[in-house]
Ligand binder design. Structure first.
Ligand SMILES: NC(=O)c1ccc[n+]([C@@H]2O[C@H](COP(=O)([O-])OP(=O)(O)OC[C@H]3O[C@@H](n4cnc5c(N)ncnc54)[C@H](O)[C@@H]3O)[C@@H](O)[C@H]2O)c1
Length: 255
């Protein structure tokens, strides 16, 4: 799938990995519809971007079907002459509203409500947008010799693959687990699906407000930079052999 003159939806596009993905797609002359719950950050980002190539329809919560349908309709109308190439789903949270408490007799386990909050945003929110973008991609006329109709890229985490942190890790294991079934169901229509599982990347999400600090990668011995994530996104869009897999992007780190 090419990037130039294609429309991509980026969730969590107002900060961190999503924000850099928006910038990289715009730099390659793609068109981007930004979905994010943070209206201030979304508006701030728009000031930095070529407004012809990026559009933020206002606050949209990935856990709301109505808000996502509304945001997608606005984006599709705004770019009505540009074919939809796919979506990069980066929205996510690490901590529930009150910091995760646990583990042990004094602190108890992560509560059901905390667990549900994380699953709602990271897993159900991801599928909410994937399903609605998937339905739109099915309407595409196939592009190129392979008859490709688009790509859905989700963001998992090594925390999910390596089995750490009850709520967050479970949500991200499930996001990783979605990549292959989604690819199996959509491949006959020329739609690919992959998931990228980053290690620690230098974004605001790492600031937990606690003493908890993510370790650096094995090599390079530092956190990943957002452009190293967006480079992977760009390559996965361009290279049609990426399908159904979960790509670790972790500098050799195991959680
Ligand atoms: N940075 C890391 O170290 C790291 C590592 C592994 C996985 N990830 C994953 O990468 C993704 C991006 O994380 P990041 O580091 O850029 O974090 P970030 O906090 O900088 O960005 C997350 C974005 O998601 C948005 N968001 C949160 N809840 C939302 C909702 N309900 N609806 C719409 N938007 C919502 C936020 O407003 C924010 O703009 C997340 O899914 C995260 O779990 C990050």
């Amino acid at each position: 799938m090419k990037i130039e003159n294609r429309l991509y939806i980026v969730t969590g596009g107002a900060s961190g990995l999503g924000k850099q993905t928006v910038k990289s797609l715009v730099a390659l002359r793609g068109y981007v519809g930004i979905i994010d719950i943070n209206i201030e950050a979304g508006n701030e980002l728009m000031k930095e971007l070529d407004e012809k190539h990026a559009y933020f329809p206002g606050k949209a919560d990935v856990t709301s079907e109505a808000q996502i349908e509304n945001a997608l309709e606005k984006i599709m109308t705004h770019y009505k002459d540009c074919p939809l190439g796919g979506a990069i789903l980066c929205s996510g949270v690490v901590l529930p509203p009150s910091h995760i408490k646990g583990y042990g007799p004094e602190n108890k386990l992560t509560s059901y409500q905390q667990f549900k909050h994380i699953i709602d945003i990271n897993l159900l929110g991801t599928y909410n947008v994937a399903q609605k973008v998937g339905d739109l991609l099915l309407k595409n006329q196939p592009f190129g010799d392979d008859g490709e109709r688009g790509i859905i890229i989700t963001t998992s985490s090594i925390i999910g693959l390596d089995g750490a942190i009850v709520g967050y890790g479970t949500s991200k294991a499930a996001v990783a687990g979605l990549a292959l079934p989604l690819a199996r169901e959509l491949s006959e229509f020329g739609i690919r699906s992959i998931s990228i599982a980053p290690g620690p990347f230098d974004t605001p999400i790492l600031d937990t407000g606690t003493d908890m600090k993510a370790p650096p990668c094995l090599f390079p011995s530092r956190y990943g930079q957002p452009n190293e994530f967006s480079d992977t996104v760009i390559h996965a869009i361009i290279n049609p052999m990426f399908n159904g897999s979960v790509i670790r992007l972790d500098g050799g780190l195991r959680a």
